[in-house]
Each structure stands twice: as structure tokens, then as C-alpha cells.
Design a protein around this ligand. Sequence first.
Ligand code: OMP
Length: 213
Amino acid sequence: MQAYQREFIRFAIERGVLRFGQFTLKSGRVSPYFFNAGLFNSGSALAQLGQFYAAAVVDSGIDFDVLFGPAYKGIPLAATTAVALADKHQRDLPWCFNRKEAKAHGEGGTLVGAPLQGRVLIVDDVITAGTAIREVMQIIQAQGAQAAGVLIALNRQERGQGELSAIQEVERDFKMPVISIVSLEQVLEYLAEDAALKEHLPAVQAYRDQYGI
Ligand code: OMP
């Protein structure tokens, strides 16, 4: 695990974003951990989060033309990543987002910001079963743009519809990489190293054995 990944996990735990307990997921699975990106809920937390996303972008070497934040949760995530890429990496890139409901007045439509064209990097929080990201792909395809990849904070490394992980299925179906700041594997490594958090390790390992790849 890289230093920024370890720092990110520590940061997410400190902010209460990454929690251990019992949580029912969108997929119906009952998970011993949950990642609630909505709790990066102060100016400094959002700024730091953007820097972690930007570090993952640079680390991956991915090439793209525009950042896209899907409504609602992806919007501040794409915004803070765009700010961090400009501020910390001298890469001033266009970014845009969608509304859930089309507007009939003013500029109209559902897309706001830079034109959604060229190679698009989608920025989101978490992929579990891959349902949310498939909906986003329809927006990109409807614009005639190409998806360059997806950038997320946490890859939960869970099975999708078949034996592959949901993320591998997304990569296969849309021929694009999914980049994450961290994966469950690194969370497990972190838990194993931390005396205070080690008690959560067996439940998370058991969950991975059941639903992981
Ligand atoms: P999928 O659509 O199954 O890939 O689930 C992704 C969505 O689940 C995320 O966009 C979140 O809304 C939510 N989620 C989390 O935010 N954090 C988690 O740790 C797990 C989930 C989830 O419900 O699977």
C-alpha cells in the first residue's frame, strides 16, 4: 500500500466516513463496514478528499479530457478533484455534472458545466454491485462521448452478477479502467496493522469470503 492510501484510510476512519458495525447495502447484502462519503462534510475535509482523488488519478496515469460528477453524490467529488488537479498538479481540466431532472427554462437540459465530450473520467464514491455506474454510462453514451474510466474512493471488491467482481464486470462491459483510492484489500491490511481496529478484522474477512472475489 502506498503512503497516500494509508493516510486516506486513517483520514476516512477519523472522519467517521469508514465505519465498522452492521450495515444493509443497496444490494441487500449486510456488511460489517460502510463508507459514507457524505461525512467528508467540511471545507477542509472536502479539500483533502480532492487531493486523495487527484493522487489516485496521477498514480494511475489515466488520460482523459473532462471530469464528470454524476448527481448527486458525484458532483462535489468531481468538483474537489478538479480543484486539486489544478492546484496540486498543474492540470486545469474541464468538469461537468448532471441534474436528476431536466430544466425547461434558463440554459435547459440536464447537463451543467463543461461540455460532456471526448474522453470522460467519471468520479463517484463507491462501487459495490455496479448498479449506479451502469446508469451513469447511459448518460455518457447518450451524449456520444467515450468513458475513459471511473474514479472512486473505495473498491469494495465484491462479486457482481457472476463470478467476476462488479468492477471487473464494469471494466469488461465498458472497456475502461476503474481506479480507486483504496480497495478492501488495503482496508484489511490497515486493520491488521492497527491494534485498536484489529477486532473488526474477522468480520470483514468473513464478509469478503462470502461476497468477495
Ligand atoms: P452499487 O450501485 O451496488 O455499485 O452501489 C454503490 C452505491 O452504494 C454507492 O454509490 C452508495 O450510494 C452506496 N454505498 C456506499 O455509499 N458505501 C458503501 O460502503 C456501500 C454502499 C452500498 O450500498 O453498496
